[in-house]
Ligand binder design. Structure first.
Ligand code: F3S
Length: 651
């Protein structure tokens, strides 16, 4: 029986475990990436482990998200991260070089390699046939020590693409269509492997739009074959030597099949407040749009921005619209500048922002009160843009440009008529401008050991949880609903992002927008349990959504379901993730109820824990959907204690 590409890569990196879907497998990790607003905790953890140097083929620290420097905190973080990278043999991509995923696939990615990134959109690299998985920062620290990555062996879904995108349609339409079909949690435990003649015609940045935003389905990752498109891309990056052809076998068996005819797709729009709330753009109620943002790692490639610029040609941004553009990398920016597209944007009244994530994670360009924001980024959760009253819609760059012109939801074809056909002529460059002067290469080990790690006053300690106790009797500090995102738990914005290396400060804002009194209440209670609905912890990989509750004394999260990356972060930071065996029990619990668990340490290995609600006088069952290794991490009191034990045993 033939093999999928995913299986081939996992087999070539196999260390131990089972390759049966749903079971635990350990694989070697070749590359890691981190970015500035999550990485401080990663490097503090790596320091705590006590190794001299990373044990990966290539690790890169990107300074790309928060470049505003509104106070001392972010520059403190950047100085710390740059010095820690030098000390431990890690590349640094300096501020202004570009967004981590875009730069990584362009300058470091190699087909067939396994990469782990402390960001949920790490699957971006699947565009060149890499297996790229988004995880929490503690997992990245673990990978940097050379310890194999634990993974639930995924189911592999073949997505067969036929036909070709019509002008005015973008790869964004493909992933929005996938979200419409699969939903925001339907991808859990799956890898989506794109094949077929339609896939073969998509250029690497188009593929990256799809693999990047596959994260919104809750998928483990998404991947395209390493084929002629990948060879062409790497050649254009001056890296053809890194190309190796990697295809699934023709008779490969998959766990499920999806067919999409690209020719049948029309411009789509994801409506507030979940990415899978997708409808045809033409059917969207014609609301007055206040803000348009073209950018992010998802949709700010050369061809994306060039096509948007062509839609603007001969038009101007509507007087009631604030339209900004943040290009994903310095390389792309220079190409667009050279080819005249930047000038076309400026002429149309588009405001050019710094090369960074920026508005995508609420670092600038917050919409007005109840403002309708139209964005080419990947998430439209309530508050994601920094203002919970705003309504965020997600579209392609072509549709975003058309919308900026009219001030309401509009397709490129409505603006350009038959001229829309010219958009199909825009291709990625045959040769990119290659300039790695903004990348700091690792020092040789001898020199690196002399580097001093610089810590400003914002760099605080990494809190380490205690192992769980045998008996627990604690109140419910919060009962939340379905789809609580990590943005709800630790809000994204310039202000909050700069607190991420200072847990005592940041924890005061835990659940700040969702339940403003939570932090004070949890602190006063000392120890507590959080109750959640479906898909608890969806969205960004930020592990602060686990660290901050842990610091406030949260011992367990009991929910109807928990998103993959967040569940891993809870385990890593000593919070026990529990699932209601009967989801109906959720309705019987209330905030303030006193929950008791006896014999917890004996129950954990059996993956079933009985909880008694002493307030209501009822008992209910919970399930621990954890692998053997995760059970050991939970019993150890988190990944750092577990990892230290592992490294000591292996020395
Ligand atoms: Fe940055 Fe937004 Fe991508 S925060 S890494 S541009 S999802």
């Amino acid at each position: 029986m033939g093999k999928s590409l995913t299986r081939k890569i996992i087999e070539s990196h196999y260390v131990s475990g089972s390759m049966v879907p749903g079971e635990e497998v350990f694989i070697r990790v070749d590359q890691t990436l981190t970015h500035d607003i999550n990485a401080v905790m990663t490097y503090l953890a790596f320091e705590a482990v006590g190794l001299d140097r990373v044990r990966t083929e290539c690790s890169v620290s990107y300074l790309d998200h928060n470049l505003l420097y509104v106070n001392n905190m972010t520059p403190d973080d950047h100085i710390y991260l740059q010095s820690a990278a030098k000390r431990f043999g890690v590349h640094v991509s300096r501020p202004g070089n570009g967004i981590c995923h875009t730069v990584h696939v362009s300058r470091f990615g190699v087909p067939g390699k396994v990469s782990m990134g402390g960001d949920s959109h790490t699957p971006h690299g699947g565009a060149i046939g890499m297996l790229c998985i988004g995880v929490g920062g503690m997992d990245v620290a673990t990978a940097m020590t050379g310890v194999p990555m634990r993974l639930k062996m995924p189911r592999v879904i073949r997505v067969n693409l036929t036909g070709s995108l019509r002008p005015g349609c973008n790869a964004k339409e493909v992933i929005l269509e996938m979200l419409r079909r699969v939903s925001i949690k339907g991808g859990l435990g799956n890898v989506y492997e794109y094949t077929g003649p339609g896939a073969a015609a998509l250029e690497v940045p188009q593929r990256a739009t799809i693999t990047n935003m596959g994260a919104e389905m809750g998928a483990t990752t998404s991947i395209f074959p390493a084929d002629e498109q990948v060879r062409r891309f790497l050649k254009a990056q001056g890296r053809e030597a890194d190309y190796v052809e990697l295809l699934p076998d023709e008779d490969a068996r998959y766990d499920e099949y999806i067919d999409i005819n690209l020719s049948e797709l029309e411009p789509l729009i994801s409506c507030p407040h979940q990415p899978d709330n997708v409808i045809p753009l033409k059917d969207a109620e014609k609301k007055k749009v206040q803000q348009v943002f073209i950018g992010s790692c998802t949709n700010a490639s050369y061809a994306d921005v060039a096509r948007a610029a062509l839609v603007f040609k001969g038009h101007h941004v509507h007087e009631d619209v604030s339209c900004t553009c943040a290009i994903a990398s310095k390389q792309t920016y220079r190409e667009l500048l050279r080819d005249g597209y930047i000038d076309m944007l400026l002429e149309a009244g588009v405001r050019l922002l710094e090369i960074a994530c920026g508005p995508c994670c609420a670092i600038g360009q917050t919409p007005a009160t109840e403002g309708v924001a139209v964005r080419t980024s990947n998430r439209n959760f309530k508050g994601r843009a920094g203002n919970p009253t705003a309504q965020i819609y997600l579209v392609s760059p072509e549709s975003a440009a058309a919308t900026a012109i009219t001030g309401t939801f509009t397709t490129a074809e409505e603006i350009m008529g038959a001229e829309v056909a010219v958009l199909a002529d825009v291709r990625e460059p045959e040769q990119y401008i290659v300039d790695d002067s903004m990348i700091i290469r690792p020092l040789p080990q001898e020199g690196a050991q002399k580097v001093e790690i610089l810590r400003g006053p914002n760099i605080k300690f990494l809190p380490v949880p205690e192992p769980p106790a045998q008996h627990m009797c604690v109140p419910v500090s919060l009962k939340g609903g379905d789809n609580i995102s990590t943005d709800d738990i630790t809000p994204a914005s310039a202000e909050f992002s700069s607190m991420r290396s200072n847990i005592p400060l940041m924890s005061q804002y835990c659940y700040h927008r969702y339940a403003p009194d939570f932090a004070a209440r949890a602190k006063e209670l000392g120890s507590s349990i959080i109750i959640g609905g479906e898909n608890y912890g969806q969205g960004s990989s930020r592990e602060h959504a686990a660290i901050n509750p842990m610091y406030l004394g949260v011992k367990c999260v009991i929910a109807k379901s928990i998103a993959r990356i967040h569940k891993g972060n809870l385990v890593n930071h000593g919070i026990i993730p529990m699932i209601f065996a009967d989801p109906a029990d959720y309705d019987r619990l209330e905030q303030g109820d006193e929950l008791e668990i006896t014999g917890l340490l004996d129950q954990i290995p059996a993956r079933r824990v009985t909880v008694t609600d002493k307030t209501k006088g009822i008992s209910f069952e919970t399930v621990l959907d954890l692998t053997d290794a995760e059970i050991q991490v939970v019993l150890s009191g988190g990944q750092l204690r577990y990892l230290k034990k592992q490294l000591e045993e292996n020395c």
